[in-house]
Design a protein around this ligand. Structure first.
Ligand SMILES: Cc1ncc(COP(=O)(O)O)c(C=O)c1O
Length: 456
């Protein structure tokens, strides 16, 4: 597929700066983050870096959908990942992949962070689980750190993002119940994603995801994202909450506009409705602030978080203001056997410490212009890449709907070149790297992506 002729001011491959990334000894960058592991890659602008290393072990057969016991609800790439180091993944044959997907925006610390792993191992030796009938020190610590980071007051730890959204919806319903509202209604957004459990699915604005599972929760109405008039039209005296992602992730990487979010806050205040922000994908530093709403000059009443909260350990949370906590869930209203156990909370607590030590949020803010400019240059070079949108290290590249090119085909070609990227709906390429990447990794991503795009 040819690049744009008229706009071919940037021939990315020819103009590419020589990139030399030596990871043999690991290196420290200006944020003090260690990028270690692996052998050196030497990649110059005119060179093709080796797509694959020679297999270190005998190649294992890739399981096909039919010959293994896993329920096939995903369209998986036929890659078996065995290990990771820094921002690189290695498959069963030893091939190396630069990871700009981070396990779908989870692995903020990349792979093999030694102090994170040591904290997990230490907690395994102390106490894995005790139930919520008692307190445990990691949960107390982790909740304090999450409350402080979010500017909210009360934390309930869950096992996943969907479950955090379930909890937030229950808070909203109980809040409405306390104020005498029967059959409360909730406003959600078209094109949103909040998870696959039935409550979370009920507020997920994607009819294909919903259709086979109806009837879902009643009382949910969908407005158009970034269209305040469409929200206003749906408000009734029974509306108790508005739920949205601060940046729609799965729906195509679309940030809420400042005017929209600020107007939603005002509407919620006027009508005594709760503003629930789902920061499961865009939160925990990915947007360039710890939580994306910090960039909007508003405070939500409830947030949901997960993914990078545990950096690979399965944990989520919903977090409430004290005011909402006082008028909603009480003992007996909600629970989870595993939720907030010592093991996952040791992970959360350590994640916050490492974020501080490595100044990860600042790193994202500093490197965002490099990432967006790199993606913009690719849009300038390839006619089917239309535009870049997103915030921080959650960026989307819109593929021209008029072209026949599918994001998933580019994802596959990129993987063949040793680059992991994601797709999102509306035919968008999604970039969600670990927050520890450096400028050199962005440059290497560009080289690999160009090689993939040139094969279209
Ligand atoms: C914004 C958002 N909310 C909720 C979820 C659901 O999280 P989980 O898959 O952990 O249940 C996701 C997952 O991608 C998400 O991106």
């Amino acid at each position: 597929m040819a690049r744009k002729d008229s706009k071919q001011k940037v021939d990315s491959r020819k103009n590419a700066k020589n990139v030399e990334i030596s990871r043999a000894a690991g290196f420290c960058d200006d944020f003090g983050g260690f990028q270690g592991g692996g052998e050196g890659i030497y990649l110059s602008g005119n060179e093709q870096a080796p797509a694959a290393k020679s297999p270190k072990s005998a190649q294992k057969p890739t399981p096909t959908p039919d010959d293994n016991a896993i329920l096939q609800v995903y369209s998986r790439l036929p890659i078996i990942f065995e290990k990771g180091s820094g921002v690189y993944l290695y498959d069963a044959a030893g091939k190396e992949y630069l990871d700009f997907g981070a396990g779908i925006a989870v692995n903020a610390l990349g792979y093999g962070n030694e102090s994170f792993n040591a904290a997990l191992k230490a907690q395994i030796d102390k106490l894995l689980h005790i139930s919520n009938l008692y307190y445990n020190p990691p949960a107390i610590e982790a909740a304090k750190k999450l409350a402080k980071a979010s500017g909210l007051d009360r934390v309930f730890f869950t096992n996943s993002g969907a479950e955090a959204c379930e909890g937030a919806l229950k808070v909203a319903k109980k809040y409405a119940y306390q104020t005498g509202i029967k059959s409360p209604q909730i406003i959600a957004m078209h094109n949103s994603f909040h998870g696959r459990t039935l409550g979370a699915l009920s507020v997920t604005g994607n009819s294909a995801h919903q259709k086979p599972f109806k009837p879902l929760l009643s009382g949910v109405k969908f407005a158009h994202f970034n269209d305040i008039a469409s929200v206003e039209k749906l408000i009734t005296p029974k509306t108790c909450a508005i739920i949205l992602e601060t940046i729609q992730g799965e729906g195509g990487v679309t940030p809420a506009s400042k005017e929209f979010l600020q107007a939603l806050r005002k509407l919620c205040d006027t009508h005594n409705m709760l503003l629930i922000l789902d920061e499961i994908q865009c939160g925990m530093g990915r947007s360039g602030s710890m939580f994306a709403y910090e960039q909007y000059g508003i405070m939500p009443d409830i947030i949901t978080t997960a993914k990078a909260l545990g950096c690979g350990v399965p944990v989520g949370a919903f977090v409430l203001s004290q005011k909402v906590a006082d008028s909603s869930l009480k003992p007996g209203d909600h629970g989870s056997t595993y939720g907030g156990n010592p093991f996952v909370c040791a992970a959360v607590s350590k994640v916050f410490d490492i974020f501080n030590e490595m100044k990860l949020v600042q790193r994202v803010a500093k490197l965002t212009p490099t990432l967006t400019q790199t993606l913009q240059e690719l849009c300038d070079s390839y006619s089917f890449l239309q535009s870049v949108r997103g915030k921080g290290f959650l960026q989307g590249v819109q593929i021209d709907p008029k072209s026949k090119i599918q994001a998933k085909d580019i994802v596959q070609l990129a993987a063949e070149q040793g680059l992991i990227i994601l797709s999102a709906s509306q035919n968008v390429l999604r970039f969600a790297p670990p927050l520890i990447i450096t400028q050199e990794h962005i440059e290497l991503m560009r080289h690999k992506l160009i090689r993939a795009l040139d094969r279209l």
